[in-house]
Design a protein around this ligand. Structure first.
Ligand SMILES: NC(=O)c1ccc[n+]([C@@H]2O[C@H](COP(=O)([O-])OP(=O)(O)OC[C@H]3O[C@@H](n4cnc5c(N)ncnc54)[C@H](OP(=O)(O)O)[C@@H]3O)[C@@H](O)[C@H]2O)c1
Length: 342
C-alpha cells in the first residue's frame, strides 16, 4: 500500500513515519510540509536518518493522489477540510487526524470551531475509535481519527454506559496532557519557561474536545450526556492521564467492576485493564498504542484512571490501527510496540 502523509513535519506526522516505516505492507510515497518544501525529511528531523530521506513537497492533491492508496491528513483543523474532499473525490481512503470530520452536526462544529467548508462529508465520515466502531471503520472511505482526550475518556466509560450503571448527570473527567498535544508550531504556552516546572488547568468547560466527548458518550448510552471536562497541561513531552469521577446507580463490588471492564475489553489488543488495585501511569504506555485503565471504588463512588500516549493511541497509532482495519489487514500490524519504559 502506498501512503501519503499530509503534514508530515508535525508531531503526529513524525509519529506516523515512526510507525509506518516498520509496517511491512506500507510504502510511504509522499510527505508534505508548508515551511520545509524542498528539504529532505531527515534535514528537518535528523533523528530519523535514512528511514525518511524523501524530499518534502507542497500539498497538491492532484500531484499526490496518483501515488497513494491511503492518505493521512495530519494538519490543523480547517486546513484538513480544504484538502480531504479532493482525495475523497479521487476515491482515496483518507484518515484525518484533525477535528474537522469528528462531529456529525455542522452547526455544532461551527459553534466550537469555524465555518465548515465540506459539510457534505460529515455524514460520510466514520468516527475512528476501533473499540466501538470497528465494523463501520472496515467499510469507511473517510475516517475521523478521534481526539486524544476523547480517546482517554470514552474507553473507560464505555462499559459502564453500555450497561446503564452510572449517573450520567454528574460525570467529571479531569485530564492531563503532555505538551506535544499542542503540536510543534510556535505557541507561547508551549515554550520551555512557560510549560516546565509548572502545572495548569486550561479551557475548562470550553475545550474543543467537549462536544466530541459528549456526542460519542451520548451515542453509546442512547441519551444526551454532557460531562464536566477539565483539561490540564503537564510539563512532560508526551502522555495523557484522565481521572474520571462517576457515581454508580447501584452498589457494585470491586470484583464486579473489574469483571465488567475485563469482559468488555478481553478481545481488544490495545486496551489493558490493570489488576484490581493497580492505577496506571503515563510512563507505562509511552510510545505504545495501549490504553491502560485502572479504578478505585468506595461505596457508590467510582474513580476510573486511564492513560494513553497522546501521539500514539491518541493520534498516529490509532490512525494506523484504523488503516489496518480499512485495508483488511491484521489490526495490530506495526502498532504493536512495546512501551518505552522507563
Ligand atoms: N499532537 C497531538 O497529540 C494530537 C493528537 C490528536 C490529534 N491531533 C491533531 O492532528 C493534527 C496535527 O497535529 P500535530 O500535533 O502534528 O500538529 P503540528 O505539529 O502543528 O503539525 C502540523 C503539520 O501541518 C502542516 N501545516 C500547517 N499548516 C498548514 C497548511 N496551511 N497547509 C498545509 N499544511 C500545513 C505543518 O507543516 P510545516 O510545519 O512543515 O509547515 C505540519 O506538518 C491537528 O489537527 C491536531 O489537532 C494532534
Amino acid at each position: 500500500m502506498r501512503a501519503a502523509i499530509i503534514g508530515a513535519t508535525g508531531y503526529t506526522g513524525l509519529e506516523l513515519i515512526r510507525i509506518l516505516s516498520r509496517h511491512p505492507e506500507v510504502e510511504i510515497t509522499a510527505l508534505t510540509s508548508e515551511r520545509y518544501v524542498g528539504q529532505r525529511y531527515d534535514q528537518v528531523y535528523p533523528a530519523v536518518g535514512a528511514i525518511a530521506s524523501r524530499v518534502l513537497e507542497p500539498l497538491n492533491a492532484d500531484a499526490i493522489a496518483p501515488r497513494a492508496d491511503v492518505i493521512f491528513t495530519a494538519v490543523p483543523h480547517k486546513e484538513a477540510m480544504q484538502v480531504v474532499p479532493s482525495f475523497i473525490k479521487k476515491k482515496k481512503k483518507v484518515i484525518d487526524l484533525s477535528a474537522d470530520f469528528r462531529l456529525t452536526d455542522k452547526a455544532t462544529y461551527e459553534t466550537w470551531y469555524d465555518a465548515h467548508t465540506a459539510p457534505e462529508l460529515l455524514a460520510k465520515a466514520v468516527y475512528g475509535l476501533p473499540e466501538i466502531n470497528r465494523k463501520k471503520i472496515k467499510k469507511a472511505q473517510l475516517v475521523a481519527n478521534p481526539g486524544c482526550y476523547p480517546t482517554s475518556i470514552i474507553l473507560p466509560l464505555t462499559p459502564l454506559l453500555k450497561d446503564d450503571l452510572i449517573d450520567t448527570s454528574a460525570i467529571i473527567a479531569d485530564s492531563k496532557s503532555g505538551v506535544s498535544g499542542a503540536g510543534r508550531s510556535l505557541k507561547t504556552g508551549s515554550l520551555f519557561c512557560e510549560a516546565s516546572e509548572s502545572f495548569k488547568a486550561y479551557s475548562i468547560l470550553k475545550h474543543r474536545h467537549q462536544p466530541e466527548i459528549d456526542e460519542q458518550l451520548s451515542g453509546i448510552c442512547g441519551k444526551p450526556v454532557s460531562i464536566t471536562f477539565s483539561p490540564h497541561l503537564l510539563p512532560m513531552n508526551r502522555g495523557m492521564l484522565s481521572t474520571i469521577y462517576v457515581t454508580l446507580k447501584r452498589p457494585m463490588s470491586s470484583s464486579s467492576v473489574q469483571n465488567l471492564l475485563t469482559s468488555q475489553y478481553k478481545n481488544e489488543p490495545f486496551v489493558r485493564i490493570l489488576p484490581e488495585g493497580t492505577l496506571p501511569q503515563t510512563g507505562w504506555v509511552r510510545g505504545s498504542n495501549y490504553c491502560d485503565i485502572g479504578f478505585a471504588l468506595s461505596g457508590r463512588r467510582l474513580v476510573l484512571v486511564s492513560v494513553i500516549d497522546n501521539l500514539v493511541k491518541g493520534a498516529s497509532g490509532q490512525a494506523v490501527q484504523n488503516m489496518n482495519i480499512m485495508m483488511g489487514i491484521r489490526e495490530t500490524m506495526a502498532v504493536d510496540h512495546v512501551p518505552m519504559y522507563p
